[in-house]
Design a protein around this ligand. Structure first.
Ligand SMILES: *[C@@H]1O[C@H](CO)[C@@H](O)[C@H](O)[C@H]1NC(C)=O
Length: 136
């Protein structure tokens, strides 16, 4: 008799938790700007959606799966996780010292390099992200 409320509470909490993690995960818009001034390309802005506290990589995959015409590839680094290799068919390469730099707009309205990669970065709702083709 005294066990019942505790068990019930656990069941209710587990149900709520799984519901929160799956069906109810709210999607929030972010913008991804693809910039490639090195090859004189016009910047392209895409709107995609990220889950609450979700990673940028998820929003990028969601965008690639849509019909927006955005595509990217990445490799898996043992120590640093997913590494962005190409965007819209353009890949960074060692000979030219080119790579895709990840920039995010901060609260001062400035774009700054993120300290983590696409697999760890958690965008804020409505945040603007730039994938910038640049040189090291
Ligand atoms: C992006 O890369 C270009 C080319 O290297 C560079 O001039 C520019 O400062 C970078 N940052 C932004 C925000 O465009």
């Amino acid at each position: 008799m005294t066990m019942m409320p505790a068990l019930l509470t656990t069941a209710v909490l587990l149900t709520l938790l799984s519901w929160t993690l799956t069906e109810n995960s709210e999607l929030l818009p972010i913008d991804i700007v693809v910039k490639n001034s090195l090859q004189n390309k016009v910047p392209l802005t895409y709107t995609t959606q990220v889950a609450y506290r979700g990673i940028l990589l998820g929003a990028m995959k969601r965008l690639m799966d849509s019909d927006a015409g955005f595509k990217f590839t990445y490799s898996e680094n043992l120590n640093y996780g997913p590494y962005l290799e190409s965007v819209n068919g353009v890949a960074g390469n060692n000979e030219d010292h080119t790579y895709w730099e990840l920039l995010a707009k901060n609260s001062n309205g400035e774009f700054e390099r993120t300290d983590v990669g696409i697999g760890c970065y958690i965008p804020s709702p409505y945040q603007q992200i730039i994938l910038n083709f640049t040189k090291w």
